[in-house]
Design a protein around this ligand. Sequence first.
Ligand code: NDP
Length: 444
Amino acid sequence: MSYVDEVIEQVVEKNPAQPEFHQAVKEVLESLRVVVEANEEKFRKDALLERLVNPERQFTFRVPWVDDKGQVQVNTGYRVQFNSAIGPYKGGLRLHPSVNIGIIKFLGFEQIFKNSLTGLPIGGGKGGSDFDPKGKSDREVMAFCQSFMTELCKYIGADTDVPAGDIGTGAREIGYMFGQYKRIRGVYEGVLTGKGLSYGGSLARTEATGYGLLYLTKEMLKTNGVDIAGKTVAVSGAGNVAIYAIQKATEMGAKVVTCSDSTGWVYDPEGIDVAALKEIKEVKRARLTEYKNYRPNSEYHEGKGVWSVKVDIALPCATQNELDLEDAKQLVANGVIAVCEGANMPTTLEATKYLQDNKVYFVPGKAANAGGVATSALEMSQNSERLSWTFEEVDAKLQNIMVNIFHNLDDAAKKYGFEGNYVVGANIAGFEKVVDAMQAQGIC
Ligand code: NDP
């Protein structure tokens, strides 16, 4: 059996009931086959892949807090410090009822390669909890965040592990967590990113993932002779990534006709009104059913369906496995040109293969959504320097990083004979740097 197959088998056996983690490992290792086979003897002797798929360390902890009725609630907190070969662990904190150790491990594993692709010195980690901030009062969210950080603060620090936001963790949650870290540890340091501007946050961090997705998508299309201006786009999600992806796509002259949340989706033939979407989601924290009040010509549909609309470009920006084989078939039948992932692993393996087999340009999340973590790393730099850069400075660096990411993965794909396969390109480009650092640092 090949080394890659052996390690995939071990991962499945040693990590039962963690399908998302298996999926992420399979996707990465399958596409690294060509590099691994060229170095099989050395990698096997050094157990390089086994070290890559086993986190350096992982924490699971109890998070007790008191709700507004005086009832004690108990959630589970997680932090997985996956790989620190190229820098301190960096990766978000997800607060969502679906969170479990397998989800956090899949996200942490992906993060290693994503962070490497940015070209910045950051290792891979991820964390979170099964706490659901939806429907909770501000006081309840604060009580949870303080309890969560009371335990987490033992394992993180500005030079060791720097968490950030993710699903369910926005500026409010980061603020409460930062306050509690400072209170317990007694240090004012850049231990979290995604902070508010008044206490060390970076301009353009809020916009970074969505904007970055569009900078990369535009560059990828341009390289293939396609202009994004005038194209029709489907976006899923209505959160941080989706909102700023819609905004930037619109600024680039494309028309975004959909967005969604976990209960339904909107079709707006005139193009999504970003100001209305921001008010509904960022100010009122309401459901998308409200969108029709702002745009009477739009349609609201319950359940799934974003990918049934005829578009040129699809940008999944909600959550993992939200675009399956049936969706991919529908997109292809409708003539889609490109699918670029704003979320982490939103496309199933079967759907990815179908899109690639049908010559759709497909860029995986670890490259396409790396603008968020890249700008988090820029926030770390500003915190270390005790300086704040302007929006334009950060945005210019972000554009540069996204353009470089695309050309690095494009070059890596070409170098190994997989021209146009951006999944292989992203995994190889991310892997090469991490492996080089791991080998230089000996067996650890
Ligand atoms: P948000 O919490 O701001 O928004 C998530 C959006 O997706 C919401 O509209 C939410 O709807 C929807 N959603 C969440 N879970 C589901 C589900 N199970 N089914 C359908 N819809 C769902 O998160 P972000 O925008 O920050 O993150 C979106 C994705 O992007 C995630 O995969 C995240 O890991 C990834 N990402 C985020 C980065 C960032 O900087 N924020 C950086 C890189 C990747 P509802 O409100 O109804 O729950």
